[in-house]
Design a protein around this ligand. Structure first.
Ligand code: HEC
Length: 108
């Protein structure tokens, strides 16, 4: 479903909305997106599962369905954000496809 245009849209949404709290590679006020991705990839290696679970979770942040409970204890539960499901799926697909560590090194 994701094409280049959709992916750019996901990138734009991610950089506009998620990086306020989730730095790409550094844990600051929230776990870095690199670390979130590592946890999600371990639990959901397939893109469709990864995207489905992540977008549903962000739609309804919840301790019961969290796979990063330690981070809720450390930072508190992520607040609810007003996104529609389609945007969250684009963002999740972008996260799945992005090597944050490599991007970071590239940008320096
Ligand atoms: C206001 C700060 C804030 C913003 C904005 C934010 N997050 Fe988070 N997020 C957190 C914190 C803190 C945690 C760690 C605690 C937790 O898991 O709830 C977290 C955890 C997560 C998790 C792990 C969930 C789990 O299994 O526990 C995912 C996935 C996630 N964020 C995705 C996103 C995406 C995608 C966006 C942008 C649409 C985003 N976040 C925007 C603060 C934020």
């Amino acid at each position: 479903m994701t094409n280049i245009v959709a992916n750019e849209y996901g990138s734009m949404l991610f950089h506009g909305n998620c990086v306020t709290c989730h730095f790409e590679t550094k844990d600051v006020s929230a776990p870095s997106m690199m670390r979130v991705k590592e946890n999600y990839l371990r639990a959901f290696p397939k893109k469709e599962d990864f995207v489905a679970y992540m977008s549903r979770w962000v739609k309804n942040p919840n301790e019961k369905t969290s796979i990063m409970l330690g981070d809720i204890k450390k930072y508190e539960l992520m607040p609810y954000l007003h996104y529609d499901m389609e945007s969250l799926e684009e963002i999740s697909a972008y996260i799945y496809e992005t090597d944050f560590d490599k991007e970071h090194k590239g940008h320096k």
